[in-house]
Design a protein around this ligand. Structure first.
Ligand SMILES: NC(=O)c1ccc[n+]([C@@H]2O[C@H](COP(=O)([O-])OP(=O)(O)OC[C@H]3O[C@@H](n4cnc5c(N)ncnc54)[C@H](OP(=O)(O)O)[C@@H]3O)[C@@H](O)[C@H]2O)c1
Length: 323
């Protein structure tokens, strides 16, 4: 898949391409036996993902920090599809306490869990620390999802084992993962204001999304667990994600309009990787426009992925001991 395919929408080996919508790539798939959590499911790509998973009859849990927006999203889905099974639970990914509370609430519902869509994110925000003292883009985009996934893993393993249905975890990364700091991840200065770049910090967090998916995939394969983990770049789509860079993005879109997608197209790769039978047993891969792509060399670096795993655990231990 090259620039020509991106602009023209020409399908790749999967039969789908940049012009495919989430509805098209999931046509004919029955997900009635599946339960899915979609983080950030109250807006943008997450809302469209929740809508399409529900259209395919999955039970969808929208995990959002803004409960009002999440209830509105639920209403929007129900207005289009009155049979949709949608629930809402509060989750603030930049707070270790909130992630733990979310998992407690989800476990209390006693539902199975087949799909975890790690979609929520923030982009290009000015330097700020989370309540746990961690740089905000890293805390939200990577660390919160890292903890959430770890805490839900036992539930996903049990579901996969008892139902025989493959579990799938999808991490929303970005092509921006290529634009990161010099060594990939600023392990020694993760929270420092000095040298902070809002763009590189976003790239770093999106690199972390791929490294996390790949390392978890290797661990689950070694355990023989029936759960796949993949990462995706959804394309470039005008959503509330652009709020910290609205002028820059609108200007960019003016000059590069032919490579931008609409939201239904933006949710296609996530929904394809989450539901399509062609991806059975496919794990540790990176998808763009519904086709496998090679991510950056940092993203393919196993040592870096292992180091990030240990580092993330240490950050969470530190945050948990303070709260
Ligand atoms: N749009 C693009 O061009 C593009 C390109 C590449 C990758 N992506 C990735 O795609 C994903 C979805 O982005 P989008 O474009 O759909 O943006 P979006 O509409 O802004 O959606 C992001 C969602 O994440 C939620 N969120 C932010 N911080 C959170 C927190 N601390 N806890 C829980 N939820 C939180 C937001 O909630 P609030 O409304 O409360 O902030 C929002 O619902 C992101 O991971 C992004 O990095 C997007």
């Amino acid at each position: 898949m090259g620039f020509f395919s991106l602009v023209t929408g020409r399908p790749g080996a999967s039969g789908f391409g940049s012009a495919s919508t989430a509805e098209q790539v999931t046509e004919g798939i029955d997900a009635k036996n599946l339960t899915a959590i979609v983080t950030g499911g109250a807006s943008g790509i997450g809302l469209e993902t929740a809508k399409i998973l529900a259209l395919r009859r999955a039970h969808v849990i929208i995990a959002a920090r803004n409960i009002g927006a999440a209830n509105k999203a639920k209403q929007i889905i129900l207005e289009e599809n009155e049979k949709a099974r949608v629930d809402v639970l509060i989750l603030d990914l930049c707070s270790v306490k909130s992630v733990r509370a979310f998992v407690d609430s989800f476990i209390a519902l006693d539902l199975p869990l087949n799909l975890l869509i790690n979609n929520a994110g923030v982009m290009f925000c000015p330097h700020r620390l989370s309540e746990d003292g961690i740089e905000m883009q890293f805390a939200t985009n990577h660390l919160g999802h890292f903890l959430l996934t770890n805490l839900l893993l036992e539930k996903m393993k049990n579901t996969a084992k008892t139902t025989g249905i493959e579990g799938r975890i999808v991490n929303l990364s970005s092509i921006a993962h290529v634009h990161t700091y010099g060594n990939g991840i600023r392990f020694d200065r993760i929270n420092e204001r000095s040298g902070y770049s809002d763009k590189r910090a976003y790239g770093q967090s999106k690199l972390a999304n791929i490294l996390h998916a790949n390392e978890l995939s290797r661990r689950l394969q070694a355990e023989g667990v029936n759960i796949t983990v993949n990462s995706v770049h959804p394309g470039i789509i005008m959503t509330p994600l652009m709020r910290h860079s609205a002028f820059l993005m609108k200007t960019l879109r003016f000059f590069t309009f032919c490579i931008w997608k609409n939201v239904p197209q933006g949710a296609a790769t996530t929904c394809f990787v989450a539901l399509h039978p062609k991806l059975k047993r496919v794990t540790g891969k990176y998808y763009v426009d519904c086709n496998e792509m090679k991510p950056s060399s940092y993203a393919r670096n196993e040592k870096l992925a292992k180091r990030l795993w240990d580092f993330s655990n240490k950050l969470i231990d530190g945050a948990s001991s303070k709260s």
